[in-house]
Design a protein around this ligand. Sequence first.
Ligand code: 13P
Ligand code: SF4
Length: 325
Amino acid sequence: MNNSCSCADARLSDGRQALIDDIRRLKKEKNAVVLAHYYVDGDIQDIADYVGDSLALAQKAQSACADADIVLMCGVDFMADTVKLLCPDKKVLVPDPAAGCSLADSCPPEDFARFIADHPGYTVISYVNTSLGVKALSDVLVTSGNARKIVESFPADAKLIFGPDRNLGAYINSVTGRDMVLWNGACHVHERFSAEAIARLKEEYPEAPVLVHPECKRPVVLMGDVVGSTAVLLDYALKSDSDTFIVATEPGILHRMRQGAPGKTFIPVPPSDSTCGCNDCNFMKLNTLAKLRDCLAGELNEVHVDPALAERALVPIRRMLELSK
Ligand code: 13P
Ligand code: SF4
């Protein structure tokens, strides 16, 4: 998969309204429900029946899809796998099957299995941003929204492995005082943020709180006034008395922030290594209105999961949902 940039403006087409009308019609005709992550384009978030962070999407999957025949998951592949695991009787479709995740790719199941074998007696906690194979090797899954709570549900001296995100793992170690053994994986989008870029914005907007996703590197996390999942950052931005915010996560979230607080100013942190200034997740941005329409019309790109892996992967997902109540 290539990690090249894809700016939002380049994706807008003249036929946008026609596509939106087609999708609305097809949703009704096919009794389809559309789920979307906060990182996909605003147009897709607006057309979705439910928009959330990874935790909310997993929590809502069953109820949101209960009466639907088709579920269209607009996000990346691990999110669609989770929906299929939780709603095995539904036809789960994705607009583009190439929408993967660099973080999930940084943890091949065979290598993770060896890592686990090297740490006998350890409980395996995995971030939900993983392949089905890694989920099947895990004792419990977490998202950025519930990782702290789930890690703290284990005794203070428990021997824990945390994979695949070294940054989220290090952040959780720092706030819980645990010493989890970390898999050395990362998200290429969040790793592009730098403390220097935030410091420059702080000079310009000294009063603006800095909102940081815990997939960012330690120096960036340390600059955060708020560190949390996309839902936590959104909630803070909407409720805070501040009127300007510096945002260090994928800029798709700005759509909801601006919709929810039109009078406030949200400043995306530019990546440290890009020429165009955006820090889009190229995988999330593979979801386009045209692909959504074609996918619904032709019922394309159905998600199938290996039954044996699915049975094993469902156990840590259910445990996560239980522990996050
Ligand atoms: P959350 O949805 O948990 O905030 O995670 C962000 C992310 O990187 C999803 O791919
Ligand atoms: Fe994966 Fe990072 Fe994109 Fe989320 S933002 S889907 S973790 S590559």
